[in-house]
Design a protein around this ligand. Structure first.
Ligand SMILES: [Zn+2]
Length: 289
């Protein structure tokens, strides 16, 4: 049975974005601009999911004290409740927040969010720090899956020193049953992301916001084919940055946009789009509460 799942969508209101929204107008980087200018309310999200014909989707949050970014976990949970059986919620806590563990328990046990989003570059922490480790331990106990924005960022206030996916090698080894999704192919370190998937059964990646970087995505897909890890690559639109159907069409036309390069097999592309059910990561949208 095929299913079109969008593994990377956001909801937010302009007032949630704080400094994050103000700092992203990077000259010449259209993607950075789209990132904060897109309409991401519950209603905008509903409309995009309905129009694109997705069968299921993940709704992501993110908070960062450092960037005054705060998409409330309650706002994520509310959207998940509006789509019973189709949506899975991923909340966020900031490792630099002394109340992070309390909030993590609340978002899991009271709000029913099944996943946790973290980002060393956006939240300004080292992935091996004691604060981060305590969060992994609790998330593992609660049988949550983790999404890491582990890759470069545009925001001028952020450093990318803690952003390399290789820093998750130790985390994936220490928590072998915790499923980890490295967002955006860990760009620009896509080879490193492929290697992590080859080394760790519990590491996956999503291709969100890579579809407008066809050269980089092509290299990543060819390397993943060589290493036989394409079945761990998940589709994501990064809504509201892209609409799911827009992102799907970008993937379907990838080979045409790169004439002269070796062709990414149709089976790989179709597999990413239609053969990555939630059950691949042991996730059940019916188990939100
Ligand atoms: Zn995103």
């Amino acid at each position: 049975m095929t299913a079109f799942i969008d593994w990377h969508t956001h909801v937010w209101l302009p007032e949630h974005l704080g400094e994050f929204g103000r700092g992203l107008d990077v000259a010449g980087q259209e993607l950075a601009h789209r990132c904060w200018s897109g309409e991401g309310s519950h209603d905008d999200h509903d409309l995009a999911m309905r129009r694109s014909g997705v069968d299921g989707f993940i709704v992501l949050g993110l908070c960062s004290r450092f960037l005054e970014l705060d998409i409330p976990n309650d706002y994520i949970a509310e959207q998940v409740r509006r789509h019973p059986g189709r949506a899975v919620g991923v909340g966020s806590v900031d490792p630099n927040d002394p109340d992070a563990l309390t909030e993590l328990k609340r978002l899991r046990l009271e709000l029913g969010l099944q996943g946790l989003k973290l980002s060393p570059p956006y939240q300004d922490f080292h992935p091996h720090s004691a604060e981060a480790w305590a969060i992994y331990e609790l998330a593992d106990q609660q049988e949550m899956f983790l999404l890491f924005h582990q890759g470069s960022v545009f925001h001028p206030k952020c450093s990318i020193e803690n952003a390399n996916p290789v820093l998750l090698d130790r985390v994936a080894s220490a928590f072998p049953r915790m499923r980890i999704i490295i967002c955006h192919c860990g760009q620009p370190w896509t080879n490193e992301t492929v290697m992590l998937m080859a080394r760790h059964p519990n590491v996956y990646t999503d291709i969100s916001a890579r579809l407008n970087r066809p050269w980089q995505l092509h290299t990543m897909l060819m390397n993943a084919t060589d290493y036989r890890v394409t079945d761990k690559i998940l589709f994501g639109s990064d809504f509201p940055v892209f609409q799911p159907d827009e992102a799907r069409d970008q993937l379907l036309t990838l080979n045409q946009r790169l004439p002269g390069l070796p062709t990414v097999p149709d089976a790989v592309i179709d597999g990413i789009l239609f053969e990555r059910p939630f059950s691949l990561l042991g996730i059940d949208p019916a188990a939100n509460h």
